[in-house]
Design a protein around this ligand. Structure first.
Ligand SMILES: NC(=O)c1ccc[n+]([C@@H]2O[C@H](COP(=O)([O-])OP(=O)(O)OC[C@H]3O[C@@H](n4cnc5c(N)ncnc54)[C@H](OP(=O)(O)O)[C@@H]3O)[C@@H](O)[C@H]2O)c1
Length: 256
């Protein structure tokens, strides 16, 4: 599929930044979103000799400018990648901070997905919307509870909207990365850096996996194989009490 215009949210860091580089290397014109305006401008300058780049710097809690661009320009590749979490028991954070996770990780990608699909339908264009979930959307995630719930929401609506929109030439795919080395964990722990246990993936690998999924139009993709196996074992074989205990300890090791 040859894309005419791609939007990547959260392109100013981590997986989104790697995705922006990968799409630019394929000469796909870009709309890059994030909050860090300086970083977005630096990326646009880096790609200037290859592709046209529009930048939109806005928090997803105030996304009207982004939605307006989507309605007007109907990008035929939309990657809802922006997201974040907080580590620790949800009850220990201000309620409004936990509600914001649901807003940024859940409500925003849903609204962007619906508006992007409607814009494509109006212009009688086909397209792909890929939403970035997480393996933590597949099983209990105490210690990052609202994040896990928001990612389960993203996975659920993506699978259902894909069924509804596929006959119109619009696919809604969902990607579930395992642990990727980005700023996410340190931001969640409010620390300079955190040490994470288990297999670690690079943002470049994550971007390649997402591109592979787009090319194959695979509805759901967990990466890599170790996380595919881990997710299967966790959801089908292990008792829920044990999974909760292990995940809580796993997250706790990053809080200390
Ligand atoms: N890293 C992992 O292990 C992992 C695993 C599974 C899934 N994921 C998912 O992968 C996606 C990308 O995360 P990452 O690991 O690349 O993290 P990251 O390096 O922290 O990047 C997150 C991106 O989202 C943007 N963002 C965060 N909060 C925002 C808000 N309120 N409004 C607008 N933009 C906001 C950030 O913008 P600024 O930098 O400009 O503030 C940044 O561009 C997320 O959806 C995450 O849940 C990550």
């Amino acid at each position: 599929m040859q894309f005419q215009l791609a939007l990547v949210t959260g392109a100013s860091s981590g997986i989104g930044e790697a995705l922006a580089r990968l799409l630019a290397s394929k000469s796909i014109p870009l709309i890059l979103h994030g909050r860090n305006e300086e970083k977005l401008h630096a990326l646009a300058a880096e790609f200037a000799d290859r592709v046209s780049v529009t930048t939109i710097a806005t928090p997803l809690e105030r996304r009207e400018s982004l939605l307006k661009t989507i309605r007007e320009q109907a990008p035929d590749l939309v990657i809802n990648n922006a997201g974040y979490t907080l580590y620790g028991n949800a009850g220990n954070h201000p309620t409004q901070d936990e509600m914001k996770i649901l807003e940024v990780n859940g409500a925003a990608p849903l609204e962007i997905t619906l508006e992007a699909a409607k814009a494509l339908l109006r212009k009688k264009k086909s397209g792909i919307i890929l939403n970035v979930s997480s393996i933590l959307g597949d099983f209990p995630s105490p210690g990052t509870s609202i994040y896990g719930a928001s990612k389960a929401f993203v996975k659920s609506f993506s699978i259902n909207l894909d069924y509804e929109l596929a006959p119109h030439g619009i696919r809604v795919l969902v990607s579930s990365p395992g642990q990727v080395v980005t700023a996410l964990a340190a931001r969640a722990a409010k620390k300079e850096r955190v040490t994470r246990k288990g297999p670690l993936l690079s943002p470049e690998f994550a971007a390649q996996q997402i591109w592979w999924q787009i090319e194959k139009q695979k509805a759901v993709h967990i990466f890599d194989w170790r996380y595919r196996w881990g997710t299967w074992i966790t959801t089908h074989l292990l008792p829920k009490w044990f999974v909760k205990k292990v995940i809580r300890k796993w997250i706790q090791s990053r809080e200390i």
